[in-house]
Structure formats: C-alpha cells, structure tokens
Design a protein. Sequence first.
Length: 172
Amino acid sequence: MDGAATGIKPRPGPLYFTANRLLYADIDLQGYTVMENRICPFSATLVKDDFGCRHASQIVRRGGAEIACASVADHQRCTALLQAFKAVALPAFEVSDDLTQMPHSVLVKIQFGGLLGLQRSMHPDNAAGESVSDIATLVDEAEKQYTSISAVPCASLVADMTSHKLSRRRRR
C-alpha cells in the first residue's frame, strides 16, 4: 500500500557522519533506511550563526560543526544557486573550481557576499543588512521573482562577493 494513499509519511531518522560525508537518514514506508548526503551548500554562513535557515540542522563532529539540510528540494535549489554564484565569481577571484587550489576564504566570500548581494538586490530597503534571517525564504523569493534559480542575475552580484570582508578569527 502506498504512503500517499494512507496518508502515512516517511519519518525522519537521525543524522550520521561517516568518512567526510554527512548522511541524513529517512525511514521509508517499507521500513528501509535511506541515506542521503545533504550538507548545506551555504554552511559557512550558518556555522557562525550570522545567518539562519529553517531547514538547517547543526551536527557536531570531532572536526567541527557541519550543517545538514532537512529538505531535499531546498538543498537542490541552494546547491544550484551556489554553483551559479561560483560560475560568475571564480573568474573575478582568478581561481579555478578546484578544492585543492581554491582558498577557503574565496568560497566563504562567495557564500556570504552572494547571499547578501541577492538580499540587497531584492530588498533595497534592507541594503545595509549584514545577515540573512532565513536563506530558504530568500531563495524562494529569488526563484519567484526571477522565475527560476538559473535566471537569477548572479553577474550583478560579483561586486558583493569580491568586496565582502571576512571577520577576523578571535585569538584563543
């Protein structure tokens, strides 16, 4: 019998971290555990608690915190948006999309600057905002305003990404 016909929904299971992969476990309708890799593409913004997202779940592991996304659809949209940000920003930073070559600071600037620039372009009244209260809502609004994630004018956000100032680490 189908879950849609009975009104029974799969129940979320625990989150697991294994070998550099964050896995979100869902128990499907037949009782099998389904594992998916859903690390938030904007995790750098969420780890510091400067930004928020209604789908974010913080997972603590030995190497530090990770952020998992509780929504498959929103994870896919956010991943597509980050890829669009990177496609226009990496040439401006003069680096390639290679994790062994790209400094982590560039990826952080793309995440912070891209989201803040998107918020500024969509909400000019909040142009001085230094945080995004809900990334999922911002991505929803962008998709509605521009009809799709691929239509978001990311090229106009490059200046926001390249000029974003990273906060200094506190001394321990």
